[in-house]
Structures are given as C-alpha cells and as structure tokens.
Design a protein. Structure first.
Length: 315
C-alpha cells in the first residue's frame, strides 16, 4: 500500500539528490567533446584511449537510463508516496543493475591498465611500477570496476518481495561501504599523482589543498572504516526500523560534505590548477554526490515512531 502524502525534509532531500544524479549524468552523457580525441595519438595510446573512452561512454548510457528511472520514481514518491512493495523493489532493482553496468564499463580500463603495468614492469622494474602505475592507476581501476558492480548485483538480487528484507539491508550497507572505500582509493591516487608533479609545496602553500588532501587520504578512509563497522553492526537488522537512521544519516552527510567542500574549494579560493582539480571537477562523474547533505541532515534528526513503517519516520 502507498503511504499518505507527507513531504518531509528527508523526502525533499531524496528528490533533490535524484535530480542531481539525473542532471549530472545528463550533462556527462551528452557532452561529446571526447569523441575523436584518440585521433591525435598513435600506437598503444591510440588503442587505449579509443577503447576505454568508448567502453566508458557505453556504460554511461546505462547510468543515464538509471538516473531517468530514479528521478521519475523520486518525483512519484514526492507527490504520491511509495508504490506497492513489489513495484518499489522492481524500480530499485533496475536502478542498481543499470548502475552496475555503468561501473562495468570501466573494466576495459582496468584490463588495459593491468596489461600496461605488466609491460612496464619488464621495461622499468617492479619497484617503480608499484609506486606509480599500480598504485596510481591499475589497483584503483580494478577495484572500482569489479567490487562495485558485484556488490550492486548482489544487492539487486536481494530486492525481492518473497525474500526477507534483512538481506537487502545487509548488502545495501555493504555496497555503501564499498563505494566510500573506492572513493578513498581513487581520489587518494589522484592526489598522490598530483603531488608527484607539483611537489609538497602545493599543499603547504595552499591550506585549502592541504585540508583537501587530509580529508581525502585520512578522512575518507576513516569514513569507509566507520561505514564498514556500521554495516557489520547492522547485519542482523530484520527491518528498516531496526537501523540506526541517525548513524546512516551522519555517514551520508559526511560523504556529501566531502564532495561539496572540494567543489567549493575551487570556487571560493581558486587555487592553482592541477591534475587534482582537473579530475575531481572536470572528469568526476560522481560529483552529483555533493547534494547528499540534503538527505543526510534530515536523517540525523529523524524521530522514530514505534511500530510504524520506516518510510513514515518523520524528521
């Protein structure tokens, strides 16, 4: 049954997050300047850029479809309430599957990075490759293109009205922790690559960069560990009512504030351009997460009502 219409702050936040997910994905999908950029290259670089760009572009189309479904579902939820349980599960399942396929689009990049690292080991030696290619490119791309899709598919499999919701809750929390761990790994690798070029003066001379580096290398790692602990502690939850929604809200808020802070750093302080800002601001398809505070903050102030469905919890 659908719940009565009640536009709570959490529901408004969910709608805004869905809109951000859709708009950022819409922009990325139909921004096609990358098409043909491989033509100015040759040899392995030509093959690498052509293959990875096309594979990622195809994967992005699946995320775009997922974002369309997500924003349509959020608008329906905002205006009329949740649909039936079976329909709600079906919508969530398709969003997760399409999002998983998007991340699988990065598997081509991971495979080619592994090949390139192996080729470089023979030419330059293992130590140099570990400190550069493996740590900065290969390991992050392999983990993000394998761990996230597997977690999303497993979560989607549990979204079935005939199965207990406890398994879906468990895998949803595990998937969230994996996302944060991947963000820590990929963004830290970008910072390390930036410091190899810019040197540590790029941190000491600009406090906003130093704070951003600390939040990335240590803050995101701490958040990933905390999310993992929360997932482990909640593994026996038999319903959403048994979850500590305030803790979940704090994790969501913290992750969103990380993305928002790094976005605002460039706007407010305008530090010298670098690979960090080029990748985080120009090539970051997850920048829509800067809208998460609008969902996380209401969850922190959620008031529980005993024996009510979780969707009826109101801040």
């Amino acid at each position: 049954m659908t719940e009565p219409k009640r536009n709570t702050p959490a529901r408004v936040g969910l709608l805004i997050v869905a809109i951000a997910y859709f708009l950022f994905t819409l922009h990325a999908t139909f921004t096609l300047q990358w098409v043909g950029e491989w033509n100015r290259l040759s040899g392995f670089a030509y093959f690498y850029v052509l293959t990875t760009d096309v594979a990622a572009g195809v994967g992005l189309v699946f995320r775009f479809v997922a974002s369309l479904i997500a924003v349509a579902a959020a608008i329906f939820y905002f205006s009329k309430g949740l649909p039936s349980t079976a329909k709600n599960y079906r919508i969530l399942r398709w969003i997760l599957i399409l999002e998983a396929i998007y991340w699988l689009g990065l598997l081509t990049t991971a495979v080619l990075n592994v090949y390139d690292s192996g080729r470089s080991v023979l030419a330059q030696g293992f130590t140099n490759i570990v400190l550069n290619s493996l740590a900065l490119n290969t390991i992050p791309t392999v983990i993000e293109s394998v761990a996230i899709p597997v977690a999303l598919f497993l979560t989607a499999l549990q979204l079935n009205p005939t199965k207990p919701i406890s398994k879906a809750i468990k895998w949803s929390l595990v998937t969230g922790a994996i996302y944060i761990f991947v963000f820590w790994l990929t963004n830290t690798s970008i910072w390390l690559g930036t410091l190899q070029v810019k040197g540590t003066d790029y941190l000491t001379a600009y406090p906003e960069n130093l704070l951003s580096f600390i939040l990335t290398a240590f803050g995101l790692l701490a958040l990933a560990i905390y999310a993992t602990i929360f997932a482990a502690q909640s593994r026996r939850a038999q319903s959403l009512e048994e979850l500590k929604m305030r803790t979940a809200g704090a994790i969501i808020l913290s992750l969103g504030m990380y993305f928002l802070w790094n976005y605002l750093t460039w706007i407010l302080f305008n530090p010298p351009w670098s690979d960090w800002y080029a990748w985080f601001l120009g090539h970051n398809l997850d920048l829509w997460l800067l809208s998460l505070p609008l969902l996380g903050l209401p969850l922190i102030f959620t008031k529980r009502r005993s024996k009510e469905p979780a969707e009826n919890l109101t801040p």
